[in-house]
Structure formats: C-alpha cells, structure tokens
Design a protein around this ligand. Structure first.
Ligand code: FCB
Length: 478
C-alpha cells in the first residue's frame, strides 16, 4: 500500500516495494522502547524508585502530572506486546532493562525477580525469531544513587558497570547486541543543566562532570559485559545533532556550528571512538570547569572497542551566531548546551511534528555520512527514529496517521541513500512500538506504531504499523 493511494497530495511516500529493495537482506528491522516509558509496575517485585519516579512526582515537572507508575502496563502485558512485534514481522527489538528492577537502590546484589522478568521477555522474543538488542541505561537511575550525587559522582560509573555485569551474566548468551547508554546528552544536559529531565538540576558545571562520568560508565560497562561474555557485541546510542548553519557562508554561524557540534556530539564521539576530549570543547567550557574529574586511564577505558554505533535521529539542529540580544539573555540561563548559552536556534520553516520538531530527512543522510567519513568506517544502526503525531481513534475504530507514514518513508529513503553512498548501516528501529510516557510531555505525545487507549490499555494498530509491516516484509523478501 502506498500513501499515494490514500492521499494524492503526498507523492514522495514510497510503497512496500521499490525503496525497500535497497536494504541488505540481513538488515535489522525493529522497533524500540524503554523500560520507564512502558513498563509501569513501579513498585513490584522489588523495584526501587528511580529519578523519574521522583521527578514525575515533583509538581510542575511533567505535563498533567503524569508519571510512569502504570505506563502501558507492559510489565504485565509483555507477552501480548511481543506478539505485536512478531505480527509486525520484525527481526529485532530494542528494549531497555530497568536498573532499579535489576539492582534496587543501585548497589548490592542483583534482584532475581527483576532479572527473571527480562529473561522471560528475551526468551519469548527468541522463540519468535526476534533478536533482542538490550540497552542498559535508558535514564532510570536509582534514586539512592542520585541522592549520593548521581552522574556528578564518579562512583555512579562503577555502580553502573556492576549492574551491567549482572544483566550480561544472566542474559549474555541470548542478547545480540548490548547498548550501554541511551543518549547521554539527555542524561547529562537535560538532567543536570537545563533541568528539563530528571533529576532536574540546573548546574552547567555539574553537567560536564556528568558527561565525563557517563562516558566512563560506558567504558567500564563495556569491560564488564566482555568479562561476563567474551564474544559480546557492544554499542552505545547517541542522539547526534545534525547541526547546520542558518547561513551556510556566515563565519559567525559556522562558529556556532562548531561550538554546538562540540558540546553535543564530539564530547561523546571523540573519547569513545578516538580516546580524547576535543581541545576546543575544553576551551569553550574552561570558564565552567577545569575538567579535573578526568583521571589518568579514563580515556583509555572510554575508548573501548565497539562493534556498532547506535544513532537516534528525529530532527536537525539549526544554529546561528550570537546576537546582542542573545548575548544579554545568556547570563544565568539554564541551557542544554553549557558554554553555548548565547548561540541562537532560529526557527526554520518546514513541516513539523506534534512536538514542533522540524521534519527534514536529508539531515539524517548528511549525519550518517559525516560520522562515516570522520569516525568510520564504523557499523551503525539507527536505534531510534519516528514522530509524535496527534493520533486519535476514528468512529470506525481505525487510526489514520499518514503524516507518520510519510515521515518514516522519507527517513528510510535517507537511510537507503546513505547505504548507497557507502555507509555501513546495519539496521533501523522505529520509535516506538507503542504510544507511551514521553518524559516531560507525559502521555500527551504519541510516538507509537500501535495506539494505546490508556484507560483500557487496549492496543490498536495505526495505519503506519501496517505500512511498516508491509515495507519490512518487502525488504526482507527481496
Ligand atoms: C529520545 C528518547 C526516547 C523517546 C524519543 C522520542 O530522545 O531516547 O526515549 O522519548 O526521544
């Protein structure tokens, strides 16, 4: 089915054949979720509170006062949800394990009941021919660790490696690829500098310590996973910013690109893939931190060999040079880009999602090529891509989301072009399987291929789910 059949105004949408043929036969096709966003069961079977439980209970932090106590009840409905993945015809599923479930409080022995849950889940996936890709940290830091400083405390990195080792020891023989962290940019800057995410701190200097301790946690976790399973495949998922100058030839805009690229991308890519922090980022942030939290040997640990790099992509990041006004406003502003408070993020015209994110799939193509040329060749997987849409159930029971089909189609086309241009792209995971708890936006923004009627927890296929199923079927058959 092509969208063109439904709506003649969107001719660029590709159908199940044609574009799908441009992917290799062993390409991984999947959906992604994260524990806190779907599981619920927040206090069952020994799970301890995490920073998102606390943050969501803090008035004014999450829209409508929503929280993940119940979420989409995946902890109890997991078998039905795995069946959905099988019915979508997918070869892979990216899930995350909840640290507070596996190691309540973030220290001490593993909680067998927590590991049992993930073992059942993984075994069910495997029995249906679906390969599990497990993310160890998708933002649910045990609250006890935050009380001791969270990611600003170096000890958290060691605690994380211990927890990673527990999961790898139990599931290592069955998990295809291990992802240490999901989007450390969000954990560090939204969590400790802009305060938009848990734990909600607004201290730019602290967020730089968090960056380093997250990088260190990644390296230590890779070691712990390999110690448990020698042949383990390891990965990390970064939400790399596709940074673009508003005026391509303007030196001020290009300088803004350099600064944002440094603090958003290279501060993770360079230590992980090259074993060093970029000098310009250290200089840009020198007024905030002397980076003395970087200890001898850390960079070697962080530079652990990786089998694959996960890239999450949703929207480009357009920037321009500081203005007099933005420079005046910069003082004391809580920012997600420490040291870049004066950089301007101009509003670029174009189609947007329900989260007001600009849609531009060319930026994904450019981003993949950039990483390939500057850091590669390295195998990559698109570990998240998708859009928030104002979905609703029509009176006939259907959910029609042509905008999502167009979005996914356009980004798959960009991925296929990157493959044709030589990028070693191994898979694509749609965010998300189900509508779920969208962090600070609560349940107000729907990203799922499958609609969730929250009061009844009923799962309803959206048109995009059927489209993705057909696209993947054609790709796998060709
Ligand atoms: C990413 C997160 C994921 C989801 C999407 C929309 O930043 O990794 O959990 O919320 O955004």
């Amino acid at each position: 089915m092509t969208l063109t059949e439904q709506s003649p105004t969107t001719p660029q949408v590709v159908g199940a054949t044609g574009a799908s043929r441009r992917f290799p036969a062993d390409f991984l096709w999947g959906v992604a979720t994260a524990a806190y966003q779907i599981e619920g069961a927040w206090d069952e079977d020994g799970r301890s509170p995490c920073i998102w439980d606390t943050f969501a209970r803090t008035p004014g932090k999450v829209r409508n006062g929503d929280n993940g106590d119940i979420a989409v009840d995946h902890y109890h409905r997991w078998r039905e949800d795995v069946r959905l993945i099988a019915d979508l015809g997918l070869s892979a599923y990216r899930l995350s394990t909840a640290w507070p479930r596996v190691q309540p409080g973030g220290s001490g022995p593993a909680n067998a009941r927590g590991l049992d849950f993930y073992e059942r889940l993984v075994d069910e996936l495997l029995s249906l021919g679906i390969s599990p890709m497990v993310t160890l940290y998708h933002w649910d830091l045990p609250q006890e660790l935050e009380d001791a400083g969270g990611w600003t405390n170096r000890q958290t990195a060691y605690r994380f490696a211990e927890y990673a080792g527990y999961v790898a020891a139990r599931l290592g023989d069955r998990v295809a690829t291990w992802t240490t962290l999901n989007e450390p940019w969000c954990s560090a800057y939204l969590g400790y500098s802009s305060g938009e995410h848990a734990p909600g701190r607004t201290d730019p200097a602290a967020s730089l310590a968090a960056v380093h301790h997250l990088n260190l946690a990644h390296g230590l976790a890779v070691e712990a996973i390999r110690a448990a399973v020698a042949e383990a495949k390891t990965s990390v998922t970064l939400n790399l910013a596709a940074v673009r100058p508003a005026r391509p030839d303007d030196p001020g805009d290009l300088e803004a690109v350099r600064r944002i690229d440094g603090i958003a991308n290279r501060v993770f890519l360079d230590p992980m893939l090259r074993g060093q922090y970029p000098d310009d980022v250290l200089a840009d942030t020198a007024h905030l931190s002397d980076w003395s939290f970087v200890q001898d040997g850390d960079l070697k640990t962080i530079n652990a060999p990786l089998e694959v790099l996960g890239v999450n992509f949703y929207t480009p990041t357009d920037v321009s040079a500081p203005t007099e006004q933005s420079t005046r406003d910069a003082a004391g502003r809580a920012t997600a880009y420490p040291g870049c408070e004066d950089v301007v993020f101009p509003r670029v015209e174009g189609p947007r999602t329900a989260l007001d994110w600009l849609i531009d799939a060319d930026a994904l193509h450019a981003l993949l090529l950039r990483v390939h040329h500057e850091y590669g060749p390295i195998p990559m997987i698109i570990t998240e891509n998708g859009m928030a849409n104002d979905d609703y159930v029509a009176h006939d029971g259907s959910v029609s989301d042509p905008a999502r089909i167009e979005y996914v189609s356009g980004h798959l086309d960009a991925a296929a072009r990157a493959l044709a241009d030589g990028v070693d792209l191994r898979g694509y995971f749609q965010w998300s399987l189900l509508d779920n708890f969208e962090w600070a936006h609560g349940y107000s923004k729907r990203f799922g291929l499958i609609y969730v009627d929250y009061p009844s927890q009923r799962r309803i296929w959206k048109a995009s789910a059927r489209w993705y199923r057909d696209f993947v079927a054609a790709a796998r058959a060709s």
